[in-house]
Design a protein. Structure first.
Length: 316
C-alpha cells in the first residue's frame, strides 16, 4: 500500500464528536508506516462516490470507508471493476461488513490490521430496480439486499434518532414493522438450471445475503453465505404469518434457526422479483441498508469484481 484515501461521513454513527480524532489517529498510523494518506469528508449524499473516483484519479491504491455500511455502499459503486482496493474503518451505526472481516476495536488498531491485509478479489451482488419516479437503476451491494419488510424498516429510520439511539432504533422499527405491516406477497422467479425449468415462488420477504456474519447477535443468518460465493444466498419467507416471522427471528438471535416450508434457504446465481398483478401496495427494495426504490427487481452476482482488504485471520 503506497497511497490511501480515507473517506468519512462526519455524522455517521452515534459519536460524531469523536470522529475527527479517530480519523487523525488513523491517518497517523498510515503515515508512520510510510503510506501517503489523506482524508476526504462527505457533506451530502452521494459525495462518497465522487470522492472515491477522485481518489482513483489521484493514484490511490486503496480507499478506506470510514463510517457504516452506508458509507461502504456509496464508495463501492466506484471501485467495482477497478484495481483499487476497498478497506473499512467501522465508525457507523451498522458495521456488518467490518464485523464480517473481524475489524472490531479502536480505529488505530484496525488501521494496523489493514496495513497487514491481503488485497483479495471477491464477488459482489448487483440489484436492478425501479426508483420512485419509475426510472430503472442498478447498484452493487456487498452485505445484503432485501425486498419487503426489511426495506420498510430502513425507510422508517430517522437520521437524527439513529445518531442518538444507534442500534436500538433498528430494534424499535423492526418491532413496529412486525406489528403493523401486512406482509403482502410478491413473485420471486428462480431461473432454470440443469435439473429442470425455473419456478415461481410467492414470498412476502426476500433477503439476499453476501456476508457470513452480520456481527453481534445476527451471526450466520444465512448458512453458506460468503463473499466468495458465486451464488446468492436467499432467505425466502413464504408466509404472511407474524408468528412464523417472530419464531424465526428469535431463533436466529440465539443461532438456532432452521429452514422449512414457510422459510426457505435458496442458492441461485440470479433471481427476478415482480409484483402480483393487481397488487395495491408498492414494495420497497434496499441494498446495504440504503432504500433504492421498488419492484420489479433482478438480483445477480458479479464474480471477482472487487478488491477487498482482508486482514490476517479473517474468514469472510
Amino acid at each position: 500500500m503506497r497511497r490511501v484515501a480515507l473517506i468519512y461521513n462526519p455524522v455517521s454513527g452515534q459519536y460524531s464528536a469523536r470522529r475527527k480524532a479517530a480519523i487523525e489517529e488513523t491517518l497517523a498510523v498510515f503515515r508512520e508506516a510510510g503510506v501517503t494518506a489523506e482524508a476526504m469528508e462527505t457533506k451530502a449524499a452521494g459525495e462518497a462516490t465522487i470522492h472515491a473516483r477522485q481518489a482513483m484519479s489521484d493514484g490511490c491504491d486503496a480507499v478506506l470507508a470510514c463510517g457504516g455500511d452506508g458509507t461502504v455502499h456509496e464508495i463501492l459503486q466506484s471501485l467495482v471493476d477497478s484495481d483499487v482496493a476497498l478497506g473499512v474503518i467501522p465508525l457507523g451505526t451498522a458495521n456488518a461488513l467490518a464485523a464480517n472481516l473481524g475489524l472490531i476495536g479502536a480505529p488505530a488498531k484496525i488501521a494496523r490490521k489493514l496495513l497487514e491485509a491481503e488485497p483479495t478479489r471477491i464477488s459482489v451482488g448487483r440489484i436492478h430496480y425501479q426508483d420512485q419516479a419509475g426510472n430503472p437503476g442498478s447498484r452493487y451491494f456487498v452485505v445484503a439486499a432485501g425486498i419487503g419488510a426489511d426495506a420498510l424498516v430502513m425507510s422508517r429510520m430517522d437520521a437524527g434518532l439513529k445518531r442518538r439511539l444507534g442500534y436500538v432504533l433498528y430494534l424499535i422499527e423492526c418491532f413496529r414493522t412486525w406489528a403493523t405491516f401486512s406482509f403482502p406477497y410478491f413473485e420471486a422467479v428462480l431461473p432454470a438450471n440443469g435439473h429442470g425449468g425455473g419456478r415461481v415462488v410467492d414470498v412476502s420477504q426476500l433477503l439476499a445475503v453476501r456476508v457470513r456474519s452480520f456481527g453481534g447477535v445476527l451471526n450466520k443468518l444465512a448458512p453458506g453465505a460468503s463473499l466468495n460465493n458465486g451464488n446468492l444466498s436467499l432467505l425466502a419467507f413464504k408466509t404472511q404469518s407474524r408468528m412464523h416471522y417472530l419464531k424465526f427471528l428469535l431463533a436466529a438471535l440465539v443461532g438456532r434457526h432452521t429452514f422449512n416450508g414457510s422459510i426457505e434457504l435458496l442458492e441461485t446465481p440470479s433471481i427476478e422479483c415482480r409484483a402480483h398483478n393487481g397488487a395495491l401496495e408498492s414494495l420497497l427494495v434496499e441494498a446495504d441498508g440504503e432504500v433504492l426504490g421498488c419492484l420489479p427487481v433482478r438480483l445477480e452476482v458479479v464474480p471477482h469484481s472487487l478488491t477487498l482488504l482482508i486482514p490476517p485471520g479473517a474468514q469472510p
